[in-house]
Design a protein around this ligand. Structure first.
Ligand code: FES
Length: 338
């Protein structure tokens, strides 16, 4: 009997191969389910089962309480479907993954602080409380729960069990929070995060070609989205990231993207410089050169992140090249990142 997992409420179906757990079947089809131990011990992959039967396998009681079991939850890293169809709660009505409830005032310690360009600082933050669970592409707000107002910054890393969050923060001279992050914050300081927020998530399991466009610290959510999708089986069609920087000094995450480019045949990373020559490479603003690199965007899923002006100009150009509204995902809240 061939088995399948049905994702509710969208009704999308995923085939289950012999021996698959629910988690491994989902991942082979590009669906990312948060997980940690993959051995029934941490509870991270807990999911509500709406219909059908499954063998839960050996798991620890502390990872799935009696109440959870009675409410129909299971641990998908160990669960194997035993009925022809297993229905699990997966998405909201509009096909977004089920979002995690935001947490408030979660204390983190600054474990790394490093300038990656002339005006973008990288902060690596480690939770001293329960880690914030998030989907790639989402953002948190950063402040100190005192005199520094909380401002939104996209998470640049992929979800992990250590509760680490990486942020890239552009210094805005007139803004309290970004100036504090650049000039005052030190290693070992305590900061406060709220979140996750945002719906810049899209569908990593979509089988359309994917094009991600970013400028400045807009590369942060694109880094999280693209690495999560590629490393976990998503972006099954062709996928590319095109990054816009003023000069070579303004490039960052080049190492990670070069790695992804080398490892995944379907993935291409490229950049364009807007204020410097780029021998053998691209120069000019993305909206001005997009048609030369991607003349036909009909059928593409687009992820665009950067300043509101950058996002608007890219969306307008992409639409002229055939991109469809429903496949364009944007993140342009940089105006609030003071
Ligand atoms: S990933 Fe830890 S219980 Fe499933």
């Amino acid at each position: 009997m061939s088995k399948k997992i049905r994702l509710m409420p969208s009704g999308k179906e995923v085939a289950v191969a012999e021996g698959d757990t629910v988690l491994s079947a989902l991942e082979r089809h590009g669906y990312f389910l948060p997980n940690n131990c993959r051995a029934g011990a941490c509870g991270e992959c807990k999911t509500k089962v709406c219909g059908g039967e499954f063998d839960q396998g050996f798991i620890l009681d502390m990872a799935l309480s009696k109440a959870d079991r009675e409410n129909g939850h299971g641990l998908m890293c160990m669960a194997k479907p035993t009925s022809e169809v297993l229905e699990i709660e997966w998405e909201t009505e509009n096909n977004l993954p089920k979002l995690f409830p935001p947490q408030e005032n979660v204390s983190h310690i600054v474990t790394e602080k490093r300038m990656v360009t002339g005006n973008i600082v990288k902060l690596r933050l480690r939770s001293i409380a329960k880690p914030i669970r998030f989907w790639p592409g989402q953002y948190v707000t950063l402040g100190n729960n005192n005199d520094i107002p909380a401002r939104p910054y996209s998470i640049a890393n992929i979800p992990n069990s250590d509760g680490e969050i990486i942020l890239y923060i552009t210094k805005m001279e007139s803004g309290t929070t970004s100036v504090w992050a650049h000039d005052t914050l030190s290693l070992g300081d305590r900061v406060t995060l709220n979140g996750p927020y945002g719906t810049f998530i899209g569908d990593a399991a979509a089988d359309t070609p994917v094009l991600c466009l970013a400028s400045g610290s807009g590369l942060a959510p694109i880094t999280s989205l693209a690495s999560a999708a590629l490393l976990r089986g998503g972006f099954r069609n062709k996928a590319s990231v095109l990054f816009s920087a003023r000069t070579k000094e303004d490039l960052f995450e080049n190492g990670l993207f070069s790695f992804l480019d080398a490892k995944f045949r379907n993935f291409k990373y490229n950049y364009t410089l807007t204020r410097e020559d780029n021998p053998g490479g691209l120069t000019g603003r993305i909206p001005d050169i997009l048609d030369k690199v991607y003349p036909d965007l009909s059928g593409h899923s687009l992820y665009i992140a950067g300043s509101p002006e950058f996002v608007d100009a890219c969306v307008a150009k992409a639409k002229r090249l055939g991109a469809k509204d429903e496949l364009i995902h944007c993140e342009g809240f940089h105006a609030q990142q003071s």
